[in-house]
Design a protein around this ligand. Structure first.
Ligand code: PCA
Length: 210
């Protein structure tokens, strides 16, 4: 049997931040060895076309058995496992190339939304079981995180690739919250790394038993 491969992606910094927790978590996990699966990683640009392109290229190159994409969501207080991606680009801020897209569909002929195909409740419970706050979320926003998730699920549906794939939003790192005093919750990098590693192990058990 071929080796199981998971693809884990993060995003480069955007907006007012010079760091992105999702990029840092990916960098930390990229150097680790996991029992039972190989981990392929990529960091996506916060760019209207290059963001989704980089993700789909990574999917084609690594042919993964499951895909977990990560991104930053300042203001969230927990590991936030997304359930849906909607067919809408309505950026609150411009992408890193200065493009501000509003009220446009991602795929004009695509469905209104896709449910992610990760075992979301099982993943949430596993993260909580590791002693880390986690929640299910009904919106990944209408910016790049939602967009890459929609494009990914659309691509997998068109290819009839039935693999678990979805998105997890991360809170700010403490150093990001510290420069926005009093307004934002945060989570330590080490805690987020443990949460995402728990997600990957749970996904591996899920695949082994399903
Ligand atoms: N968060 C943004 C895009 C990149 C990231 O890390 C979002 O939530 O759409």
């Amino acid at each position: 049997m071929n080796q199981t491969t998971f693809l884990l992606t993060g995003f480069e910094p955007f907006g007012q931040s010079r760091i992105n927790p999702s990029e840092q978590v990916v960098q930390q996990l990229a150097t680790r060895r996991f029992e039972g699966f190989e981990l392929a990683t990529a960091v996506l640009p916060v760019h209207r076309t290059r963001g989704p392109q980089t993700l789909l290229t990574a999917v084609q190159q690594t042919n993964p058995d499951a895909i977990v994409c990560l991104g930053e969501a300042g203001g969230r207080h927990a590991i936030s496992i997304e359930r849906v991606a909607v067919n809408l680009m309505d950026y609150g801020i411009a992408d890193n190339d200065g493009q501000l897209v509003q009220d446009e569909p991602i795929q004009p002929d695509g469905p209104a939304a896709y449910f992610t195909t990760l075992p979301v409740r099982q993943l949430m419970q596993a993260v909580q079981g590791a002693g880390i706050p986690a929640e299910l979320s009904l919106t990944a926003g209408a910016y790049l995180c939602n967009q890459v998730t929609y494009e990914l699920l659309h691509y997998l549906a068109q290819q009839q690739r039935d693999i678990p794939a979805g998105f997890v939003h991360l809170p700010f790192l403490p150093q990001q919250a510290a420069v926005r005093p009093g307004k934002f919750p945060s989570m330590a990098l080490e805690t987020m790394v443990t949460a995402v590693s728990t997600i990957l192990h749970t996904l591996h058990n899920h695949l082994a038993t399903s």
